[in-house]
Design a protein around this ligand. Structure first.
Ligand code: NDP
Ligand code: A1CAB
Length: 264
């Protein structure tokens, strides 16, 4: 598969890094106004770094548009005439719905909205995928690519905004929880680097337990909370201060914001 990424900012360069790590392509074209994030890849075999969006789009079987919502329409307009019915066109732009893309490049094109997160750079992204009508039979090809960069789930397009909040913004939410844990550990006497390791490895262990056991979090919590012990004391104090409520309210606020972006 020849893959092009148009826009090599935070997410585009993360996708490029993941693809390169996994060697998930026969040729990779990386195009941006400013290619500083990916210039180092230009020396790799089968990787081309360019400022020429048209050339990158023309050369690829799959084109990933990793542009901000305010830029994507113009870039799509500038390449619309060379997009073919066989190419797979992927947009990761948050809030930019398939009909908006179809209006620019045509309903007869294979358009897939994909929502990865920055963990794609290390092959650990939770990536949601939603195709347009024309691209139904290309979803498997998209999953082949994104499953090599983590885990993927095909969902209806109506759920992509929600997936953006939970999976893409979610990386930032979890980072903040890790940071808070680190701050707590420092207060209890650990050096900052030790606190960071304790927080990240415990977070990794918690996620791994749930993934490998398939259990509900509360089942695992029950195994940790000794009666009258320190865990339930801490959990209840967190809940009295609104931990679950704050998270849910944050998720809903993020979702309301993405629905505003959609309208702009
Ligand atoms: N960051 C994340 O974790 C996630 C982001 N997304 C979505 O992905 C998209 C990209 O986000 P992100 O990577 O953070 O944004 P960035 O701004 O970091 O990256 C976008 C890149 O596109 C470049 N660009 C702008 N105009 C053009 C053009 N005409 N031709 C080529 N390149 C151009 C920008 O250059 P310049 O800076 O010079 O304008 C920039 O390097 C957004 O729509 C976002 O909603 C989705 C999931 C997660
Ligand atoms: O914050 C944003 O709007 C983008 C979409 C999800 C992650 N970053």
């Amino acid at each position: 598969m020849k893959i092009a990424i148009i826009g090599t900012g935070n997410l585009g360069s993360s996708i490029a890094k993941g693809l390169i790590k996994n060697n998930t392509f026969t040729a990779l074209f990386l195009s941006d106004k400013n290619t500083a994030n990916v210039d180092a890849y230009n020396s790799l075999v089968n990787v081309t770094v360019t400022n020429d969006n048209l050339a990158a789009v023309q050369a690829a079987d799959m084109v990933i548009f990793a542009l901000q919502p305010k830029h994507i329409d113009k870039v799509l307009e500038s390449v619309a005439s060379i997009i073919t019915e066989d190419q797979i066109i992927i947009s990761v732009a948050a809030g930019v719905e398939i009909p908006r893309i179809e209006a620019i490049i045509g309903k007869d094109k294979n358009i897939i909205r994909v929502m990865p997160n920055t963990a794609i750079s290390i092959g650990k992204s939770m990536t949601c995928i939603a195709p347009n009508e024309k691209a139904q039979d290309k979803v498997g090809l998209a999953q082949d690519v994104f499953n090599q960069l983590g885990t993927s789930l095909v969902i209806p397009e109506e759920l992509i905004q929600a997936a953006t909040v939970i999976c893409a913004s979610g990386i930032a939410f979890w980072m903040r929880l890790v940071r808070a844990t680190t701050q707590g550990a420092i207060q209890l006497g650990f050096e900052a680097h030790e606190a960071h390791e304790l927080a990240t490895q415990t977070c990794f262990g918690a996620a791994s337990l749930l993934i490998e056991s398939g259990k509900h979090p509360e089942q695992e919590i029950d195994r940790v909370t000794t009666p009258s012990g320190c865990t339930i004391e801490g959990l209840n104090a967190m809940e009295h201060n609104g931990l679950s409520s704050a998270l849910i309210q944050g998720i809903v606020a993020s979702f309301e914001k993405i629905n505003q972006i959609k309208k702009n």
